[in-house]
Structures are given as structure tokens and as C-alpha cells.
Design a protein around this ligand. Structure first.
Ligand SMILES: [Ca+2]
Ligand SMILES: [Ca+2]
Ligand SMILES: [Ca+2]
Length: 458
């Protein structure tokens, strides 16, 4: 087994910090009625809009118009934000330090952080804990650049740290952090949607093996310790970094102690591992994760790129030799209609070890193509069906109605299918209305394996 599969999830430095929350906006959730919408509009109209201008602002001004904008993150962080308030950052501006939002909106009147003016997205950078800290609840953050992709001025731990419930992180560029978005343990219902995660490849812990051979950590686009997050429609690239301990490290979505998170319609390029899941136990078997880690769902994600080495890593409770797996067991992970194409010579598509059984994982209608190892799972694991498997070693039970063939990806459109693909029509269950392009699933009467419906190339 490679270093990748045997590695231990390390405990991030912020573990145990303030409670957190998160906000899933699974399709259709939230205040959907006309009445709620009207109430929300009215509340927003009545609340104050504050402006922040890093060039011409003045903290002694009123802050309530572009002409009287404040200047600093400290002033903005102390703003008396009531439900429905907005905090607008001027485009073209840049701030170093932390934007800390500890007040809360409500479901009908969230606090909104957004950009104003013209030009480049406003940049919040240069904090060594979290450039944006969402400790409150019902806060929505749009259209910022969080972090920079260089040593000077990076967010050296988190880009955005989520502590409260029902927060939204949407349409931002998040770059250069050790954890682009970090969702803390008690955070529930966080939405992380339509963002671009670029080169979140900083290692927060990086020590030679002689010092510690299993402590390197970082290069997470998203680190999820909370529950019930909706993580969808993001693009994620470059979360891969050198590690003394593992050769390389990094993940698109690392789930550590979090449950019922839904990860869907994300496209990940050159990310070391798409997802690794773990809980936290001590060597004697006692748990640091009282409510466990269970029920995380991954669907319609695309995973590719020459530097990508792994699609899914999860685990059961105990190793063959009787040793407790301190990052297991992780229960009920569902992985369906994902497509991965991993040509890297060290790549392993799916790994579920340490006593993996059907209680730990279900794999349906995926395409898994990996050069070194398609899949490893312990013999008791049989809950896999209607997948296309292709590539190197296959160390898993036969499962049900799987196909071992070249998936025939279109060389011109990553992870899309050629007309000769065995994935076309292999699926039997419609798990989502739309594919990774937003195309209706099964519209031609056939459901594909993988992340894309087959539509003839234009
Ligand atoms: Ca180390
Ligand atoms: Ca948990
Ligand atoms: Ca179809």
C-alpha cells in the first residue's frame, strides 16, 4: 500500500476552536416562498450598506456611501452589522489582515459581503490564521479574491474559515492557502458554491521524516469538519504540494469528522487527492468525534490531470493485524456518477481499507480510470455496481454489473464520452437531474456512468 493510502489525516491546528456551522443550500432548500422572498427584500432594503475603499477610504467617515467609505478591515470587522446589512469592498482594492464577521444575519435577512465598483475583484489577503473569518451565522460572501498565490501575503492557514451556521461562500476566487475554505467542526449548512479554488497548495505543516514522518498537512482546497455542507459547482486546481512524508499531498475536499456533506458537480484538475475521509480516534479506540463521520455523498464530480494521484480514500475500523485505524471508521460514504481519469504512474482511483465493508462505502455508476491501481477494497466490500473500471491493478470484489473496459474519454473534452464509450447507457438510476455541464440526465432515455451525459460533440 502506498504512503498515500496509509497516511494519517492530521489534526488541523484550528481544531477545537470556536464552534462552527455551515450552510447547505441543497437544491430547493432555503426560503423558497414568495412571502419569505418579500420579507427578505424588505429587510435588506431597510438595513445599512457599508462601503470599504482601500485607497480613498477613511475610517473616521460614516462608511455608509461610496463617498464616505471606510478604509480598513479592522473598521469593517467592528461594523455594527445587523441582519440585512451589506458590507461592500471596492473593486481594485486590496487589504492585508483579517475580515472578521462575528455578527449574524437571519434566514430572511442575511448579512451580505460583496464587491462594488469596477475592475478586479477586491483582495483580502495576508493573515496567518484566516483572511476571512465567518464566526457568525447567515452571512453570505460573494465576488472576493481571498488570498494571493505567493509567499508574501498569502493566507497561510485558511482563506475563509467558517464557524457559524447557514453561511454562503459563492463566486469567489480563493487561492494560495493551506485550506482555501475551512469549515469548523460544529458548523452546519455551509454552502460553498461556484467558487474558483486555484493553487491552494501551501503546507501548514511540513517537516522532514526524521522529525516526524506522518505530520505533513495542507494543500486543501476545502477542509470540512462540519456537517450538512453543500459543496457544488466549484472548479478546483493545483491543490498538490511537495511532502516529505507522502511525496505529494493535497485534496480538493478533505472531510475530517464531518457528516452528511454533499459534494457535487465540482471539477478538479491537478489535485493530489480528490477526497479523503476520516474520523478521529485514539490508539485505545476512544473517539474524538462523538457524533461520528457518516453519510457524505459525492456525485457528478470530475477528477483529472497529470498530477492527480487519487480519487477517493476512506476506511473501516481496524487493520488486518488488529491495529485500530485511528482515522476510521467512516460510515456510509456514497460515491456515484463521478468520473476520474488519472494517468499519473502513481495513481490509485478508489481505496477503502482497514476492514472496509458495505457499511462504509457504496460506489455506483462511476468511471474510474487510474494507471497504477484502479481500486483497492477489502474482500467484504461488494457494494459497487454499474461502474466502468479501467487501468492498473484491480483489488476488489466483482460487484454487480461493472464493466472493465476503456471508458473512451473524448481527448478534446476532458471526461466527456466518445460515442463508443461503454459508459453510455450503463447507468440504471438517476441520482441527479443534471450532469457536470448542467445537461439533463437521461434526457435521451439512457443514463450514463460518469459525470457527463453523452451528447454528440458539436
Ligand atoms: Ca513530516
Ligand atoms: Ca462528526
Ligand atoms: Ca444519456
Amino acid at each position: 500500500m502506498s504512503g498515500l493510502t496509509s497516511k494519517t489525516l492530521t489534526t488541523p491546528k484550528a481544531l477545537g476552536a470556536s464552534a462552527a456551522a455551515l450552510a447547505v443550500v441543497i437544491a430547493g432548500a432555503g426560503a423558497g416562498t414568495a412571502a419569505a422572498s418579500t420579507a427578505r427584500t424588505a429587510a435588506a432594503a431597510a438595513a445599512t450598506v457599508y462601503y470599504l475603499d482601500s485607497v480613498a477610504g477613511n475610517d473616521a467617515a460614516a462608511g455608509t456611501s461610496a463617498a464616505t467609505a471606510w478604509k480598513t478591515l479592522a473598521k469593517a470587522s467592528a461594523a455594527p452589522l445587523e441582519p440585512g446589512s451589506k458590507l461592500l469592498l471596492k473593486r481594485g482594492g486590496s487589504w492585508s489582515g483579517q475580515l472578521a464577521l462575528s455578527r449574524s444575519g437571519t434566514a430572511d435577512a442575511p448579512i451580505v459581503v460583496d464587491a462594488y465598483g469596477t475592475g478586479a475583484a477586491p483582495i483580502v489577503m495576508g493573515d496567518d490564521e484566516a483572511c476571512v473569518d465567518l464566526a457568525g451565522s447567515h452571512i453570505e460572501v460573494y465576488n472576493l479574491q481571498v488570498g494571493v498565490n505567493r509567499d508574501a501575503g498569502r493566507c497561510s492557514w485558511a482563506g475563509i474559515k467558517v464557524g457559524g451556521d447557514d453561511n454562503v461562500v459563492e463566486r469567489n476566487l480563493i487561492t494560495g492557502a493551506a485550506a482555501g475554505v475551512y469549515i469548523e467542526t460544529s458548523a452546519r449548512y455551509t454552502a460553498v458554491t461556484n467558487n474558483d479554488f486555484v493553487d491552494n497548495n501551501h503546507m501548514s505543516t511540513l517537516t522532514p521524516k526524521e522529525v516526524n514522518a506522518n505530520d505533513d498537512s495542507g494543500a486543501f482546497a476545502m477542509l470540512v469538519q462540519g456537517d450538512d455542507a453543500n459543496i457544488g459547482w466549484n472548479t478546483i486546481s493545483g491543490s498538490v504540494a511537495f511532502s516529505y512524508d507522502y511525496g505529494f499531498d493535497g485534496a480538493a475536499v478533505e472531510i475530517f469528522m464531518g457528516s452528511r456533506n454533499r459534494v457535487h458537480h465540482n471539477l478538479a484538475f491537478d489535485v493530489d487527492t480528490f477526497t479523503e475521509l476520516g474520523t478521529s480516534r485514539n490508539d485505545d479506540g476512544t473517539s474524538n468525534d462523538p457524533d461520528g463521520t457518516s453519510g457524505n455523498v459525492f456525485e457528478y464530480n470530475g477528477i483529472y490531470g497529470p498530477r492527480s494521484r487519487s480519487g477517493l480514500v476512506t476506511r473501516g475500523p481496524v487493520h488486518d493485524d488488529g491495529r485500530i485505524e485511528t482515522n476510521g471508521p467512516v460510515f456510509g460514504t456514497v460515491f456515484r456518477n463521478n468520473a476520474m481519469n488519472l494517468p499519473n504512474a502513481d495513481s490509485e482511483g478508489v481505496v477503502c481499507d482497514a476492514g472496509c465493508t458495505n457499511a462504509h462505502l457504496t460506489l455506483s455508476q462511476n468511471i474510474v480510470s487510474a494507471a497504477k491501481k484502479i481500486a483497492y477494497a477489502d474482500p467484504a466490500f461488494t457494494a459497487h455496481d454499474h461502474n466502468v473500471f479501467h487501468g492498473g491493478q484491480f483489488q476488489m470484489s466483482a460487484g454487480t454489473a461493472n464493466v472493465r473496459k476503456d471508458p473512451k474519454f473524448d481527448p478534446n473534452r476532458p471526461l466527456h464520452l466518445l460515442s463508443t464509450s461503454p459508459a453510455i447507457g450503463l447507468g440504471v438510476t438517476k441520482f441527479n437531474d443534471v450532469d457536470l455541464d448542467g445537461v439533463k440526465v437521461g434526457q435521451d432515455g439512457r443514463i450514463e456512468a460518469g459525470a457527463y451525459e453523452y451528447v454528440a460533440a458539436p
